[in-house]
Write a new protein. Structure first.
Length: 486
């Protein structure tokens, strides 16, 4: 890899790429904005002079691999950055950067995100098309990297990167986290303004409702064994202030027409900050015209009962609960620190306040059997969330679960494209991977194949429930889950 200074006399061209990829079919007809790269692009734009930035979203712009290649050739970048976001997209990013190197081997290729942070050594060994991996939080690190490339000063002093230097792989010390998230620029939706109208989430808000992502916090104060987020963010939980968060939501609403907003927080929290956010949104006169979605813990919902009516008035219409499993032993092994009683109460409270309730369940833990998974299915009937997503316990790199599973030899599949919570990666003590896969199909068949539940859903007074059940009943989701069984 060369550290040559970019030639003087023109701007340094940086291209951010969201590569072509298949959507996660369980969530229906949706296309999310590439939040990670537009946030990085906005920060780079603010902090580094003489940089020409372009964001290429192949999915929104309907570009296949050949179309992407032509756009790279036309822009002729000095630096290309692409992030996997999820482990299952690892090969897609590698193929993207391989295409970049085929066009011009001198282009500096950069990636990051949770997967590449956790697998920096292995990834640089396996994919020679990657020049630099930005580990952890990316804004400041990428800005320094671009400055270094412009000036030709080398990368040895840049904290938070792993890179190939000649025949040697180097890992620089980690970078401290940004203390004040309010200091970040708004996400760079102006980089995708020509196709921002294409971002949508049909099941949640309808095909024609403009949709945006907004980040309210980073990290989580809890330490679930299967979650890569808390370790990626170094075990802390940093939040934007309610005013800043409301500013950002209003910015998306007024400047980009966003009417449905997904707060990307891993754990929103339902304390005073949430109450203050509701006050901010209501005071701006936009609460009647926007809907927003977030994910929260069951115990936080129960503790935050008193503020739910105000959050609903402020536009909160959809909450994802990580219920995971009703078995206390499984919850303890996950270090989840909730109970099935709290899950039931949380669903009840959200429904009482006319907030659509999505519940996430996990099967395939080490002690799972056919009988225990059947008990989970019965529990989902009792819980009766508006929307249920069932996933298979997946050992994502960077989690405690991955470390234990690799050490004990549980992992039977290292094909990263299968790390999507829909493919069985490990057996349980009594079930083979094939049997776990079959149990997943039975979970969906049981919940969405019930004619009584279908009819209640299709004729529900709740518009979200109607949309979800129309999709699950008529778009072949059960059949698609079944197709994963080998």
């Amino acid at each position: 890899m060369t550290h040559e200074k970019v030639k003087e006399g023109g701007e340094t061209r940086v291209l951010f790429i969201e590569p072509p990829k298949e959507p996660w079919f369980l969530m229906g007809d949706y296309l999310a904005p590439p939040y990670g790269i537009i946030q990085l692009a906005a920060y780079l734009e603010r902090e580094v002079e003489n940089v020409e930035i372009e964001v290429l979203d192949c999915n929104a712009q309907r570009l296949d691999w050949r179309g992407m290649e032509r756009r790279i050739e036309a822009f002729n970048p000095h630096i290309v950055a692409s992030s996997a976001l999820a482990t299952c997209n690892t090969y897609v990013v590698a193929r993207t950067l391989e295409t970049v190197k085929k066009i011009n081997p001198d282009i500096l290729t950069v990636t990051g995100g949770q997967h590449f942070t956790a697998t920096a050594q292995e990834s640089l060994e396996e994919y020679p098309v990657i020049d630099v991996i930005v580990r952890g939080e990316g804004e400041q690190t990428l800005a320094e990297l671009v400055k270094s490339r412009i000036e030709g000063t080398g990368f040895s002093s840049i904290r938070g990167i792993s890179f190939r230097n000649g025949g040697e792989i180097k890992h620089n010390p980690p970078r401290p986290l940004i203390e004040n998230l309010d200091s970040l620029p708004y996400p760079g939706y102006h980089f995708v303004k020509d196709f921002v109208h294409k971002y949508h989430f049909s099941a949640m808000a309808g095909r024609n409702t403009p949709y945006a992502l907004v980040e309210g916090s980073r990290g989580c104060a809890h330490r679930c064994t299967f979650c890569s987020q808390w370790r990626h963010w170094q075990g802390g939980w940093r939040v934007k202030s309610p005013k800043r968060l409301a500013d950002e939501m209003e910015y998306c609403y007024r400047n980009h027409g966003s009417r449905f907003i997904w707060l990307t927080d891993d754990n929103f929290g339902l304390g005073k900050r949430a109450s203050d956010l509701a006050d901010e949104i209501i005071s701006r006169g936009i609460s009647e015209d926007i809907m927003w979605f977030t994910q929260a813990r069951c115990d936080d919902v129960v503790r935050g009962e008193s503020i739910l009516p105000r959050l609903r008035r402020a536009g909160l219409r959809w909450v994802l609960l990580g219920v995971e499993n009703p078995d206390p032993g499984v919850l303890e092994s996950f270090r989840k620190n909730i109970t099935w009683e709290q899950a039931k109460e949380a669903v009840k409270l959200l429904k009482k306040n006319d907030i659509f309730t999505q519940a996430m369940f996990i099967i395939g833990s080490r002690k799972d059997t056919s009988k225990s998974i059947e008990k989970l299915r019965v529990f989902t009937d009792e819980l009766d969330p508006d929307f249920a997503i069932f996933g298979i316990l997946t050992p994502f790199p960077g989690t405690e679960l991955f470390e234990e599973a690799r050490r004990k030899g549980w992992i039977e599949d290292y094909n990263w494209s299968h790390y999507d919570m829909l493919h069985a990666i490990m057996p349980t003590e009594t079930l083979s991977r094939k049997e776990v896969q079959e149990e997943l199909h039975e979970c969906y068949r049981h919940f969405y194949g019930s004619w009584s539940r279908r009819i209640r859903g299709l004729f529900s007074s709740n518009q979200f429930r109607r949309r979800v059940f129309f999709y699950m009943a008529f778009r072949g989701v059960i059949r698609q889950v079944r197709s994963l069984t080998w």
